[in-house]
Write a protein that binds this ligand. Sequence first.
Ligand code: SF4
Length: 303
Amino acid sequence: MLCEICPRKCLVDREKTLGFCKASNHIKIAKFYLHQWEEPCISGENGSGTIFFSHCNLQCVYCQNYEISTGGKGLEITIQDLKNIFLYMQKQKATNINLVTPSHYILQIKEALKEAKKEGLTLPIVYNSSGYDSVEGLKVLDGLIDVYLVDMKYFNDQYAIRYSKANHYFEICKKAIQEMYRQTGPIQIKNGIMEKGVLVRHLLLPGLKEDSKKILSYLYHTYQDHIMISIMNQYTPTSSLKDMKELNRTITKKEYEEVLAYALSLGIEQAFVQEDETADESFIPDFSLESLKKDMDQIKDKI
Ligand code: SF4
């Protein structure tokens, strides 16, 4: 089967050749753990049962997880292993199952979720992506995903092409969010936990506050309060940005406050915002393969 599961439509047989994302048909993950630092309605008290998939169908020059996204660091696992991780997270009392960067493994995730649900998985399932998803790919998961936690990174394509090698990013992301919303409907929150709906994240980039405002305007005028929005200032420059001097700084307090004031002026009353000190490399998880191997061994005894 030739791969066209994401908008890049590489049409390669991933058993023999690698496409843009460099993922084969075999699932590779870099980490799974109870993540405490997502938005409170996602992490809950016990943490979100987060699985980081290796590889990515974007190549953001500023990616904080570049060793797993572009570098492909991780361990190959089977669909059965993935199902076991879901069930293990449930035993650990995770708030939900949080699939991070899943777009290139949609077909495999579908199989693992179906099996896990047959074996008693009842947690809400969160699909956590960069927003570069195709409607056809998302339809494969129709009925299996409860919460879409999705980035909307750029309004203007020139930035999407320069910083993420992504053509038509806004149009593609816009249609993806429409499909996500069609599947989940308006947000449903119970006891502070998001059980259904779409939460759109927007990360401010240095110098792009006008682009940010266009995104917020689009989202609010399209969905009003039926989706949640998270406006993030945690952008942290990485050492690989030598050729992109404009990205080589954090977001200023003034820039962030201007965008938040704009959000308020639109009428957005409920949005997640971040504190000043969130731009810090220490928030990047440790993707050690040794600890991942130990964690994989550990779940064998506990399922
Ligand atoms: S998932 Fe990977 S191989 Fe498939 S179309 Fe997307 S980028 Fe290409």
